[in-house]
Design a protein around this ligand. Structure first.
Ligand SMILES: Nc1ncnc2c1ncn2[C@@H]1O[C@H](COP(=O)(O)OP(=O)(O)OP(=O)(O)O)[C@@H](O)[C@H]1O
Ligand SMILES: [Mg+2]
Length: 287
């Protein structure tokens, strides 16, 4: 098994008397893009901490059940080895930058140095990633003087250069404007094309609907729903929980309430457009 398997997993942080994660059963398959959504304190970040091995290697507390990473129990993984396999991008790009390097170039090299990558390969990887993220004009700048969007790109560059198979990304766009946000989604989509497994926590559900293969909804430490974006956002019960829905899915649910349902609950703009056109008697957008 190449991915990450969670079987009957429950977890309590130290000195707390409640389960941050409750009876989690889920398999993350290699090469897929997973979107994790749900209300605040639902357990999204805790699930990230679990799949990247921070629970139990960094956070002690009470862990029960099986966490298998590539078939091997997380407790038996060496935590350094695990961090070369699973990359992590923080919510806040300002905390991602080390603060100890004077240029973006050195900042990107830092993670590779820590991995003990040989110099020529290091240079090759950096050149590749700098081109990929179109940050050629930033490499000589001081990372501390960059804007939020620029820092997030540098953070992505540092992580991508490490070439991890699995990327866990926790709300990467919360500090970003809409343009930088769509850039980030394009970068993540490109990583998926390269065969990486992506686990992304994100409140911007319209983009989750557009890009994810699978969506997980977390509430009160449990996975309360999962499936393709179409399956999840068609679930009317989620409207009662505090779970955000794509605007066009809300429209679809409204049409159901009005007893004028679309053929299905639309989750992307292009689907909504197609359904509205159909309703208006247009075929392929024409009369
Ligand atoms: N280090 C910690 N020690 C103790 N309790 C914690 C710790 N981290 C999180 N928790 C608690 O675990 C529960 C789940 O928190 P978590 O951060 O996983 O939720 P989340 O879905 O990521 O929330 P948000 O949307 O606010 O980021 C919360 O009740 C939180 O207070
Ligand atoms: Mg969180």
């Amino acid at each position: 098994m190449n991915g990450i398997e969670l079987k009957n997993v429950s977890y309590k942080y130290p000195l707390t008397d409640f389960f941050a994660l409750k009876d989690i059963n889920y398999t993350f398959e290699k090469g897929k893009f997973y979107g994790i959504i749900g209300p605040n304190s639902g357990g999204k970040t805790s699930l990230c901490n679990l799949v990247r091995g921070l629970i139990p290697h960094f956070y002690q507390g009470d862990l029960s059940g099986d966490v298998l990473i590539e078939g091997k129990d997380v407790r038996n993984w060496d935590s350094n080895l695990l961090s070369t396999k699973i990359g992590y991008i923080f919510q806040n790009p300002f905390t991602q930058i080390s603060g100890v390097k004077d240029t973006v170039l050195e900042e990107i090299a830092l993670g590779l140095e820590n991995l003990g990558i040989e110099k020529n390969e290091m240079i090759e990887r950096i050149i590749e990633v700098v081109k990929l993220l179109k940050i050629e004009d930033l490499i000589k700048k001081n990372p501390n003087n960059l804007s939020g969007g620029q820092r997030q790109r540098v953070a992505f560059a540092s992580i991508i250069a490490m070439n991890n198979d699995i990327l866990v990304i926790d709300e990467p766009t919360s500090q970003l404007d809409p343009e930088s946000t769509s850039d980030v989604f394009e970068i993540i989509d490109m990583l998926k094309e390269q065969g990486k497994t992506i686990i992304l926590v994100e409140h911007k559900v319209d983009l989750i609907a557009e890009y994810s293969d699978e969506v997980l909804v977390m509430n009160n430490g449990q996975i309360v729903d999962s499936g393709t974006p179409m399956e999840v956002f068609s679930n009317k019960a989620l409207l009662e929980l505090d779970v955000a829905m794509p605007q066009v899915a809300l429209l679809g649910h409204d049409m159901n309430r009005l007893d004028k349902p679309f053929d299905y609950i639309t989750i992307t703009k292009s689907q909504a457009k197609e359904q509205i056109m159909k309703r208006m008697g247009c075929v392929n957008g024409r009369n």
